[in-house]
Design a protein around this ligand. Structure first.
Ligand code: SF4
Length: 295
C-alpha cells in the first residue's frame, strides 16, 4: 500500500496541539473572508473524501495506535455534517484506544447550526474542545474586519457548545482595531469572555505576513497600528475588565512579544503588574525579538 498520508499545506494548528496528530478533514476555511487572515487564502475550500480520511486513520494506526490527542484541520472542520463527523470520530475511537481528546477550530455559526442533541453526540464521541477566534467583542470592529460574526452570535455559539459539554479555547487579537478602536476593542472583548467563561483564553498579536500596505487594502477603516507599548496597554485594559472564574490564560503564540500565563481571575493582579512593567520599565524584561515572532 502506498503512503496515503500527505498534508495539503500550509497546515496550521494551535500551539497547544504541538504533540497531537493533525488530521485534515477539510482543505482551507469555509469562510475565508476575515480581512486580517492570510492562513488559507492560497486554498480553495474543499471537503476531503470520507473514504480517504477513514483509510488515512487506519493507515496511521498501523504505526502508532497509542495516540492520545487529535486535532482536526483545516480552518473549521465543524462545518461538516454531524453524521460525517460522527463516522470519523467512531473510526478514531476504534483505531486509537487510548484517545483522550479530539479538538478542532470552529466558527460560532457552525456550532449554532447544529442542534443541542448533535453537539452532545459529538462530545460523547470524543470532541472535547473547540478553538474559536473570537478576535474581538466589539460589533463595529467585527463588521469592519469582516468576521461574519457578532458579539451575540459568538456568545450564542459558544454557550451552546458549553451546554453540550464541549470546552472552548478562545483567541483575542491584540491590536486588531489599531489606535482608533483599541479601548472599545479591549473592553467589549472582556465583556464577551466574561459572558462565556471559556476554559482557555489566549492572545495573538495582529501581524502582517504580506506587509502593512497589503493589510490596509483588505480592511475598511483607516488603520493606524499600535506600537509595542500600546499593545501592552490594550492587553492590560482587556485583562483589567475581565471577570473570569477559572480560565487558563496564555499568550504563548509566536506573535506575542511577551509570553504570559496564568489563571484568571486568580492571577489577574500579577498579569497586570507584569504588563505595567512592560509599559513603564521595558528594560527590565526580555521581549521576543521580531525575528523570533515567526511572522
Ligand atoms: S474564520 Fe478563521 S481561518 Fe477562516 S478566514 Fe476567518 S480567521 Fe481565517
Amino acid at each position: 500500500m502506498n503512503n496515503p498520508f500527505e498534508y495539503n499545506e500550509p497546515l496550521f494548528r494551535p500551539p497547544s496541539e504541538a504533540l497531537s496528530l493533525i488530521l485534515q478533514l477539510t482543505i482551507g476555511c469555509s469562510w475565508n473572508k476575515c480581512s486580517f487572515c492570510e492562513m488559507y487564502t492560497t486554498k480553495n475550500f474543499t471537503v476531503r473524501k470520507e473514504d480517504d480520511i477513514l483509510n488515512e486513520i487506519k493507515y496511521i494506526s498501523n504505526f502508532d495506535n497509542d495516540i492520545r490527542k487529535i486535532f482536526l484541520a483545516d480552518g473549521n472542520a465543524l462545518v461538516l455534517s454531524t453524521s460525517r463527523l460522527i463516522k470519523i470520530l467512531k473510526q478514531l475511537n476504534e483505531s486509537f484506544p487510548h484517545l483522550r481528546r479530539v479538538s478542532a477550530y470552529a466558527l460560532p455559526k457552525d456550532l449554532t447550526a447544529k442542534s443541542n442533541e448533535e453537539l452532545i453526540e459529538l462530545c460523547n464521541s470524543g470532541l472535547k474542545l473547540v478553538y474559536i477566534g473570537i478576535e474581538s467583542g466589539d460589533d463595529e470592529l467585527l463588521h469592519l474586519i469582516n468576521k461574519g460574526e457578532t458579539y451575540s452570535t459568538t456568545v450564542n455559539g459558544i454557550i451552546k457548545a458549553h451546554n453540550a459539554g464541549i470546552n472552548t479555547s478562545v483567541m483575542f487579537i491584540n491590536g486588531i482595531g489599531g489606535k482608533k478602536y483599541s479601548s472599545r476593542h479591549a473592553v467589549n472583548s472582556a465583556l464577551l469572555v466574561n459572558e462565556i467563561q471559556p476554559l482557555y483564553l489566549s492572545t495573538l498579536v495582529l501581524s502582517f505576513p504580506f506587509g502593512m500596505e497589503h493589510f490596509k487594502k483588505r480592511i475598511s477603516f483607516d488603520f493606524v497600528p499600535l506600537n509595542r507599548i500600546e499593545l501592552f496597554e490594550e492587553l492590560k485594559l482587556f485583562i483589567l475588565n475581565t471577570n473570569l472564574k477559572n480560565t487558563i490564560f496564555r499568550s504563548d503564540h509566536a506573535s506575542n512579544y511577551l509570553p504570559l500565563k496564568g489563571v484568571l481571575s486568580r492571577d489577574k493582579e500579577k498579569l497586570v503588574e507584569y504588563l505595567n512593567i512592560a509599559v513603564i520599565s521595558p528594560e527590565k524584561l526580555h521581549f521576543r525579538p521580531e525575528w523570533a515572532r515567526g511572522l
